[in-house]
Design a protein around this ligand. Sequence first.
Ligand SMILES: *[C@@H]1O[C@H](CO)[C@@H](O)[C@H](O)[C@H]1NC(C)=O
Length: 223
Amino acid sequence: MAAIRASFVLAAAALLALWCSDHGGVVASDPSHLQDLCVADKASTVRINGVACKDLKDVAAEDFFFSGLHRAGNTTNKQGSAVTAVNVAQVPGLNTLGISLARIDYTSHGLNPPHTHPRATEILTMLEGSLYVGFVTSNPENKLFTKVINKGDVFVFPKGLIHFQFNYGTTDAVAIVALSSQNPGVITIANTVFGSKPSIKDDILAKSFQVEKTVVDQIQAKF
Ligand SMILES: *[C@@H]1O[C@H](CO)[C@@H](O)[C@H](O)[C@H]1NC(C)=O
């Protein structure tokens, strides 16, 4: 009896392994939701891929609401740009829905520096002003695609690729971006490479960037 049970368990495990290799969790965006709502329960300590759902009786219209995107972000900073994010951190009702957005403000000569969203494609709509935008494909091509975009224009930054926006104009620029994740994440290249805590050893960065260690130390000191 025990032997039969053991072989049944083995067969079930083999089937599961086969199914997993076939359906190996490869999805093109956030996993699709299996219920109407899964409003993020910020108080929950349950760790899942996403955020645990609130009890439906505690869900309110406020969970799907954000106000203030008519206001410009504060661009008084070294880059001259400001991102006002509206993702699951601000709107709990976005949990499991695979979508979010942001307002980006750029002062004259403001830059949204090279960065990537590990979990989202981004689509940008120009509301005011002009931008020089671009993204670079992965190795080995590292091909740069750029364009100058004006009011009413739309530009796409494919998922995971390094991209930037620069306001070369003399007036402020404003864009709204939509992202294909409730939690797109941001990896700003300069900050992660030169501003990590603790720092990446300067001899490693010197060799990576083919410069003297003093150059690396100089850049790291700015973060
Ligand atoms: C904008 O940010 C700068 C730098 O942090 C700060 O000095 C200034 O008070 C901020 N302005 C507003 C309106 O919040």
